[in-house]
Write a protein that binds this ligand. Structure first.
Ligand code: IVH
Length: 706
């Protein structure tokens, strides 16, 4: 027993210790998941969770269902039970333009005495699935999550409690103190939206594709599919988010507070994730202003919205306004125009990805959709082409959402002289026969040395956030491989079957990067001494990125940034990781059977083991960086902007964090320092306006020494 544990055991009963630890962990989860402002590093957080797990293992009788260790609990064995809602979960009437919005407001005014003022709450219309959460009185005056229900048919929902529990922004319990601060009773119902952030959606689809499954069409479908998965541990990996927007009385589902705006405030005070972009306005003009702002925000949110929901603020007025058949009169959904356009399918190109998957990509007559010119759209796979019944020359409808790649949704008009889309039988790049695994939808190039695959592997290795090799982008990698930059992307190559390897390749594997010489680089187009030396220096520097980055760079299925970090911290060296059995891998926090199997399979391939050995021989560090944490910058928040003279942004961030400081993306009054380099932009202006101290790199170095 460590000293800390010994002291705690002396001072507090096990029950008290558990209570304290759980409260502390909940607090940090709230800072991390809801406020997005963690004060602990992941490792520090894990220490707390492990301490809790150990203590609970000693006292299994004291494990409570709301303990942070119990997010992933039992499985719903035979599907989901059906449960009636306290009151129906209705949908909303829609308005598609300003006129329809004003007409709705007129109906609201007509139904209320003309002497009354009406305020409106404007909220983003989150594109997810609605969910009802029921909280019940628990021990110590707290409220505990009892049940989570999907909307279902509106009257009866599905009990998805075990899955909802894994959503980090759903509090499992709310302390008496928080309830009091929020002015909430111990029993209540919260309704809101479960959404899948775009980044998680992209990641999910990458995983689905890697596993040979059809990609989800949009984040909403992905979120809905996830919440109905019968495997809570899978739900837990998906990073779903829950935004609360209604606070209701338990039992009859009436509004708990006098105003919608009060409900949002109370929910926030209780620790729910309430969308920050909500506003109470005095008039329909204010509503319109909000809508215009929301439309501009849309691309920058990181999650999908499809409009704005406008609600009458006063719940007394809501009651008097009542409902029409299926929707309340006191609220309306203003729907943004779909970001779609009609254009012609000019051609179809076939791209080969890192895993060998061949993706048909539509080449379109350029069309402007929501302010962006779209020339390419994905057609996903052969099945999708068949489902759409699309041929080259047809007019097609193209849709674009947030960050999501544009896609063809349907054929609008068939062309008279159209051409069939023929899926290739050979890899468009290396000409080896494409294969399809039984039960999967994708055709793959299974040639491990296919130049297109190698190219994608190297680009991934060099990418920002992976090995960070600056100067190793598309064009350079193509030259190093002796390819044209548009490999697999241009139709001519496919049609004419032109040879792709035009020049002698300087590299064939990731390992070859570490044997490049200046003389070789000087032989490339547009590469002078300066460029060559800079690239070599970057490659050299990447050797010390550490085990986590190497693992990420290898592109093992399902191993993303966080998993790579956890694996690196757990095993400490590549040797230990490769030697680990599936069972040992699963012992790592957050690693499930699927991930463990993918890792074992990866290292079972001799080419992969050879690559790792080669990299190690070239001096690539294969151990986990044991970060020495100090507390010089404890409690300080930094914002980085512009280019610093010698440190990259990643390096500056790492150094600040290992000195105990925190790096944030935006400047506020709470920012301690803004570190500004060349071409610093609006963040520097904001810092000056707020009176935040601005440092240059030298100033930052001073702080480290202090
Ligand atoms: S209020 C009486 N507020 O939009 C129903 N709904 O078209 C009131 N939605 O089923 C719903 N964001 O899933 C409300 N801020 C928000 C919302 C929101 C998204 C969804 C919800 C609802 C659908 C209605």
């Amino acid at each position: 027993m460590g000293l800390y544990n010994a002291v705690m055991a002396h001072l507090f009963t096990a029950e008290e210790q558990l209570q304290k630890l759980r409260d502390e962990i909940r607090h940090h989860e709230y800072l991390y998941y809801v406020l997005d402002a963690p004060v602990l590093t992941d490792a520090q957080y894990d220490v707390l969770v492990n301490r809790l797990k150990a203590l609970e293992a000693e006292h299994p009788e004291l494990v409570t269902p709301d303990s942070p260790t119990q997010r992933v609990g039992g499985k719903p064995r035979e599907g989901f039970a059906k449960v009636a809602h306290s009151r129906p979960m209705l949908s909303l009437d829609n308005a598609y333009d300003e006129g329809e919005l004003r007409a709705w407001e007129q109906r609201v005014r007509d139904a209320l005495p003309s002497t009354e003022t009406v305020r409106y709450v404007c909220e983003l219309k989150l594109d997810g699935l609605s969910m009802a959460l029921h909280y019940r009185a628990g021990s110590h005056g707290a409220a505990h999550l009892e049940r989570g229900l999907t909307r279902g048919d509106g009257a009866i929902g599905e009990d998805v409690t075990s899955n909802v529990r894994t959503v980090r922004t759903v509090p499992l319990s709310i302390s008496a103190a928080h309830l009091e601060a929020a002015g909430m009773p111990q029993s209540f119902e919260v309704r809101g939206e479960v959404v899948l952030p775009q980044s998680a959606f992209v990641k999910l689809n990458e995983e689905r594709e890697a596993a040979g499954m059809a990609p989800a069409a949009n984040p909403r479908n992905a979120a809905a599919g996830t919440i109905r998965t019968l495997e809570p541990s899978i739900v837990a990996q998906r990073r779903l988010d829950f935004y609360a927007y209604f606070l209701l009385r338990e039992g009859d589902g009436e509004s708990l507070l006098a105003h919608q705006s009060d409900a949002l405030k109370a929910l926030k005070a209780a620790g729910f994730h309430v969308n920050e972009h909500a506003r109470t306005v005095e008039s329909i003009a204010g509503v319109w202003e909000f809508i215009e702002e929301a439309e501009k925000l849309r691309d920058r949110l990181g999650y999908e919205i499809d409009g704005v929901v406008v609600k009458v603020d006063s719940t007394a007025q809501q009651k008097r306004l009542g409902f029409t058949g299926r929707a309340p009169r006191w609220a309306i959904a203003y729907k943004f125009a779909a970001r779609a356009g009609v254009t012609k399918l000019e051609d179809v190109l076939f791209q080969v990805g890192r895993t060998g998957k061949v993706t048909p990509v539509a080449a379109l007559t350029p069309v402007s959709i929501g302010g962006t010119t779209v020339t390419r759209a994905t057609l996903h796979n052969a099945d999708e082409i068949e489902r759409l019944g699309v041929r080259i020359g047809d007019s097609v409808q193209v849709e674009r959402g947030g960050d999501v790649i544009p896609k063809i949704v349907c054929v609008v008009e068939k062309a008279k002289h159209s051409q069939e889309i023929v899926f290739p039988e050979l890899c468009p790049v290396c000409r080896s026969p494409l294969k399809k695994v039984e039960g999967e939808v994708d055709w793959r190039c299974v040639n491990n040395s296919c130049p297109a695959r190698v190219r994608e592997e190297i680009l991934h290795w060099a990418a920002r956030g992976v090995m960070n090799i600056e100067g190793l982008g598309d064009a350079m990698v193509a030259q190093l491989l002796g390819q044209s930059a548009e490999l697999g992307g241009e139709a001519e190559e496919l049609v004419e079957g032109a040879p792709v390897v035009a020049r002698k390749a300087l590299i064939h594997t990731i390992g070859d990067l570490y044997r490049l010489t200046q003389a070789q680089l000087l032989g490339l187009e547009r590469v002078g001494e300066k460029t060559a030396d800079a690239l070599l220096a970057q490659i050299e520097r990447s050797k010390s990125a550490g085990l986590a980055r190497v693992l990420l760079g290898l592109g093992i299925r399902f191993v993303g940034e966080r998993t790579a970090q956890l694996l690196a911290e757990h095993f400490g060296s590549m040797e230990a990781l490769i030697a680990a059995t599936g069972e040992e891998l699963e012992a790592v926090n957050e690693v499930g059977p699927k991930v463990a199997q993918a890792i074992v399979e990866f290292f079972a391939v001799s080419k992969n083991r050879e690559l790792v050995a080669d990299l190690a021989a070239e001096g690539v560090v294969m151990t986990a960086e044991k970060r020495k944490r100090s507390s010089t910058l404890e409690g300080l928040t930094f914002v980085l902007t512009g280019t610093l003279p010698s440190l990259t942004r990643e390096e500056a961030k790492e150094r600040i964090e290992s000195a105990g400081g925190r790096v944030s993306g935006s400047v506020s009054k709470k920012t301690s320092y803004v570190v500004a380099g060349e071409e610093a932009g609006s963040k520097l202006e904001k810092a000056t306006a707020l009176g935040v101290t601005v440092l240059d790199e030298a100033g930052l170095m001073e702080l480290f020494r202090a």
